[in-house]
Design a protein around this ligand. Structure first.
Ligand SMILES: O=P(O)(O)OC[C@H]1O[C@](O)(CO)[C@@H](O)[C@@H]1O
Length: 358
């Protein structure tokens, strides 16, 4: 019972291209950029892909004790208290599980905005919005100046934006944003409501609220036309416009608004360090830590988390149960595991994604 769950790849169809690096990580023979640019890690969320409703995508599968392949979500539900634990006195629910993805873009994504939790609950009857965070892992060598758009830097009026969306005046939409340069190690938090588009050539770990809700306000990218139903979450343009946060974020305020600066939580005499990348002061939706392991790092945690090996290799030990970890491995550690130990000979860095405080 007391063990972590390692995940195999769980590639998901999207409207943009990428995934060559994910193919490489998976050891595929002929790595390629395709319509499967994301890997949803231990996901308990189903993807919403209009036109592909007949295909179940998004939910991660694991082997149960009888060796049968089952949705990870079902397995968690069998012993929810052990796996998910509590927040204060309240048992955690599946809605508290962040959705964590590898995202590997080869083209710029279309412009989009996601609802906040309040909007999702009040206007869409859904439990969670899609505040999201990016931990940049790598950028492609052939992309000289990797960037993201996150805005607006120069806000249009609601009427202007409506017209530009209706006429698909992408030049005018793009003129509302400045390119925000990104490099490996950068961390950003994009609250729901903030329009954005991720640039090409970025491999990131993306952490978000557990939903797949998006207002896609650029309808065509690289030859693919987003079907009408997939543009405004099945609603009208006025509802879609209500999602937007129009408060401008001038370029000199971008770091203050979106960038998260790692904070050292502990550093022991053996140089094992723990940092907070995204904390409860940044968002109530999830938190992210980074464990930098130098030799043997004993840890205590009361919440469940998704672990991602961003660098190096080593082991994860709970009592006598030892699991090998290598770069890019991803796993789930149940809330019921209160003490564990990382070990490494040559160094290992693990990103740990936790639920938020609400
Ligand atoms: O429109 P698509 O193809 O679903 O892509 C949306 C993607 O953009 C993101 O919201 C990142 O901005 C991903 O989480 C999401 O999968």
């Amino acid at each position: 019972m007391n063990k972590i769950f390692k995940f195999t790849s769980n590639r998901v169809w999207r409207t943009y291209q990428g995934g060559k690096l994910l193919d490489t990580i998976e050891g595929k023979e002929n790595p390629q950029d395709t319509s499967f640019p994301e890997d949803w890690i231990g996901s308990t969320v189903e993807a919403r892909n209009v036109g592909r409703e007949h295909i179940s995508e998004g939910l991660a599968m694991v082997k149960d004790e009888a060796g049968q392949s089952v949705p990870f979500r079902d397995l968690l539900q069998k012993n929810q208290e052990y796996f998910l634990g509590k927040s204060g006195d309240t048992p955690r629910s599946l809605d508290d599980i962040p959705l964590v993805k590898y995202l590997d873009s080869s083209t710029r994504l279309h412009f989009q905005a996601h609802p906040t939790r309040e909007f999702a609950q009040e206007r869409l009857g859904m439990p969670r919005g899609k505040t999201e965070a990016y931990v940049i892992l790598e950028t492609r060598e052939d992309v000289a100046d990797p960037y993201i758009y996150a805005g607006f830097q120069r806000s249009p009026s609601r009427e202007e934006l409506k017209t530009w969306i209706e006429t698909q005046d992408i030049a005018s939409i793009e003129s509302c944003f400045d390119r925000i340069p990104v490099k490996p190690g950068d961390v950003f938090l994009l609250p729901g409501g903030r329009p954005h588009a991720l640039g090409e050539g970025i491999l990131m770990l993306e952490i978000m609220e557990p939903s797949d809700l998006a207002v896609r306000f650029e309808f065509e990218r690289c030859g693919y036309v987003i079907p009408e139903q997939a543009r405004f979450m099945g609603r009208d343009i006025e509802t879609a416009l209500d999602v937007f946060n129009f408060d401008p974020v001038p370029i000199e305020k971008v770091d203050e608004e979106f960038r998260c600066i790692p904070k050292v939580l502990s550093l022991d005499e053996d140089n094992n360090g723990l940092e907070e990348l995204i904390g409860s002061k940044d968002t109530a939706c999830f938190t992210v830590k980074r464990a930098s392991v130098n030799n043997s790092f004993k840890r205590k945690e009361s919440a469940f988390f998704y672990g991602i090996v961003a660098e190096g290799s080593g082991t994860f030990r709970i009592g006598d149960e030892v699991t090998n970890l290598k770069r890019w491995d991803r796993f789930f550690c149940p809330a019921g595991v209160s003490e564990f130990e990382y070990q490494t000979e040559l160094g290992m860095s693990i990103l740990e994604c936790y639920p938020g405080n609400s």
